[in-house]
Design a protein around this ligand. Structure first.
Ligand SMILES: [Zn+2]
Length: 274
């Protein structure tokens, strides 16, 4: 069925990771009913920008907020929106992180993979898409061929995957799952709409596989390295110093997966080829 619902991206300035300076929230609905996906950072600007967008696009005040995950640039903004009397929805595996992020707000309901929400006359689905975090959700709007991807897909480059919440094995499985959806656009957690969704998913997947091969090749010639040394040797000077920490956590996510795959072994904090 054709849907007349609007899907509005609302970028909100947040103190998030370089090179992103904004997190996206999304409003899906019309003047009768509306849902908010992600609530941004806990600051007054969050409420101001969302309410401006609601007025501008003639949307109803959202009574439901779906949180893709519990990170500080996506969840705690709920605290600015409690006068809407909303209910927050998240995946069971994300619930504790979200409870903490939105405290003292407590109206939180867990949802399951593939659970449907009806907004006015349109069905949308929440998908459990672990990778960036364990209980990460995406929102799929089939009638619009739109995927709201949270932080599993970001507009510029690739997302970071940091253990223990981030899991590289889950992430690659999630990319496979997203690749099977019928979509024309991805609304990412950060940055502009992605209008070539399959190219983007392939790009991200290839980047992760290339990185794995790079690690294996490096360890073949330099055994017994720490994750920091591996990060340093692989990235050289190509990354902004402020993101060395997250690059290193993503490296650790790769190393964990390679250990699970039996390709790499770990002694103390040193990695070698198996
Ligand atoms: Zn995040």
């Amino acid at each position: 069925m054709e849907s007349n619902l609007k899907v509005v991206r609302v970028p909100i300035t947040t103190p998030t990771l370089y090179p992103n300076t904004e997190s996206n929230s999304y409003l899906i609905g019309n003047d009768k009913e509306c849902i908010l996906i992600d609530a941004g950072y806990d600051q007054t600007e969050t409420k101001v920008l969302l309410e401006q967008a609601i007025t501008k696009h003639n949307l109803a005040i959202p009574k439901k907020i779906i949180l893709t995950h519990g990170h500080q640039d996506h969840a705690p903004g709920v605290k600015q929106l409690t006068h809407w009397s909303p209910t927050v929805y998240c995946h069971e595996k994300e619930r504790n992180m979200i409870k903490e992020a939105v405290y003292p707000f407590t109206q939180i309901v867990p949802v399951k993979d593939n659970e449907a929400f009806i907004i006015f006359d349109t069905k949308i689905f929440v998908l459990h898409t672990p990778g960036h975090t364990k209980g990460h959700l995406s929102v799929y709007i089939p009638s619009k061929k739109v995927l709201i991807s949270g932080d599993n897909i970001v507009s510029e480059g690739t997302t970071w995957i940091g253990p223990p919440d981030g899991d590289m094995h889950d992430y690659l499985e999630t990319l496979k799952k997203l690749n099977q959806l019928d979509i024309e656009r991805i609304g990412p957690g950060h940055g502009d709409w992605v209008t070539a969704p399959y190219e983007k998913i392939q790009f991200v997947r290839k980047r992760r596989i290339d990185r794995e091969n790079q690690i294996i090749n490096l360890l073949k010639t330099n055994n017994n390295l720490s994750s920091e040394e591996i990060t340093q040797l692989i990235y050289q000077d190509t990354i902004h110093p402020s993101v060395f920490g997250v690059a290193n956590r993503t490296m650790e996510a790769h190393l964990l997966k390679l250990i699970q795959d039996g390709k790499v072994s770990k002694q103390g904090d040193r990695y070698s080829i198996s």
